[in-house]
Design a protein around this ligand. Sequence first.
Ligand SMILES: [Zn+2]
Length: 457
Amino acid sequence: MGRLEEKAAPFLPRIPAQPIGYGEAQVILKYLGGNEVPADWRGILSNVAYRYGGELLNSSSIEVKSFNRLERRDTYNVIGIMKGEIEPDRYIVFGNHRDAWSLGSVDPTSGTAAMLEITRVLGEMAKNGFRPRRTLMFCSWGAEEYGLIGSIEYVEEYVKVFGARIISYLNVDIAVQGNHTVDIKTSPLLFDIIVEASKLVPSAYDPVGKTVYDKWVDFQWNNVTNEPKIAYGLGSGSDFFGFDQLVGSSNIDATYMFDHTYYKSLSSYALYHTSYEVFAMMKNFIDPNFTAHRTMGQLMGVVALFLSETPVLQFNVSRYTIALREAMKNLKPNNPEALDPLRQAINDFGATANDFMRRSKLIDFENPFNIRAYNDQLLQLERAFLNPLGQGGDYTDFKHIVFAPAKGNQYAATGFPSVSDAVATGNSREIDSQVAIATYFVRGALSTLKEFDNFFS
Ligand SMILES: [Zn+2]
C-alpha cells in the first residue's frame, strides 16, 4: 500500500524533544536569559523567572544525552467479539490502547484492567446462557501514544462498516487516576443513559449504599440545571478520536478522578506518562483496594448493557439542543449579528428535536421495523454533524462540526471549532463563511429528525 515517506509527513516533529522533571526545569530556568514572558505563560515553579530564552547566563551550556532512536516496528490490534442475538449488525465497541510511554500502570493499564474485567463478567454471564441483543466488541489498540496509530488505521479500514452499524464507542484509557469520583466526557446523546447507569453503581471508597450518582450530587453538580456535570465533546487525546471524527458515532470517555477541589492546579495525575507509573504507585497511593477499578468496570459495563440490551435506544436528542446552545455561547465575534444564521438554525433544531420527541411517544414499538427506523434516526443525527472536508488543509480529519479540536487548541474539543478559529482571526469574510458551513450542517442534522415523508419542509 502506498504510504507517505517519513520526510513528507507534515506532523512528525522536526526538532528533538526530551521530557524532563520539574527539578531539572527549575535549574534550567534559573540560567535562562531573554525577556520575561507574559503572566499567563508563567508556570508555578517557585524562585524562578519565566523567560523566552536566549543565551544562557554565565556562558553556561546544557548537555543532553538522549537514547531515543527512530525505527520501524510492527504493532497489533487485538479484537474480541461477542455476537449479538437479535441485532448482530449493530455494535457497541469498547476500546483501550496497550502501549505506554514507559510502564503505564495508570495509562493505559488501569483501562485495560477494567475492560478485561468486563469481558470476564460477560464471559461468566455467557456460561449461564446470556447472549447480548446487539454485538459487543472489545478492542486492544496498538501504538496509541505514537499518534493513535492502531485505532485510526482500524477505523479507516472499516469506516463504512462502522459508519453504517456502530451504536457507540466506549473508551476506557486512563480508567483510574484518582479515588474521588468519576469524570466523564461524552456525546450529548448519551447523557441520560450515563446518569441512569450512575444510579446503579456503588461509588468507591464511600459508605455502602452511596452510588456514583450520589457522589456527583455532592461534588460534581451543576446548580443551574440541577444535574450532574458531564462534559460534552471528547477532544483528540485518545482512541475515541477516529470514532468521533471519521465514523460519527456517539461516544464516551470516562476516568476515576482525584478531588479537583483539593488538587486545584492539577489537570491530570502528577506522574502522568513518567517512569513512576508502576503497579506499586497504583497499589500504594491511588487505588489500594482496586474498588475504583471495579466501579469503572461496573459503570462502563452498565452503560454498554443499556446500549446493547434496550430495544429502543435511549438517546435523548434534546440534549443536543442544549449542547448546541452552550457551544454558541463561547463564540464572541466583534459583530454578534454574524452568528444570526447559526442561532436561527439552532432554534429550528430545538423545535424539530421537540417535535421528534413528541412523535416518538406515538410510535408502536411492538413493531420491530418501527424500532429499527426510530433507532436509525437516532444514529443518523450525530453522523450528520460530520463535514467530509473537515477543517480543510492539513485538518481534514477534524470533521465533527460541533465537537472537534480547534487549530488553536488541538487537544480539547472546542464548540464549533472552525467558527471559533475564524472568530480568532477577526476576518469578517472568514467568519461569515464558517458560520454558513456550520449552519448548513446544523440544518442537515435537524432534517434527519423530521418525518420520513416530510424531511424537506
Ligand atoms: Zn492512554
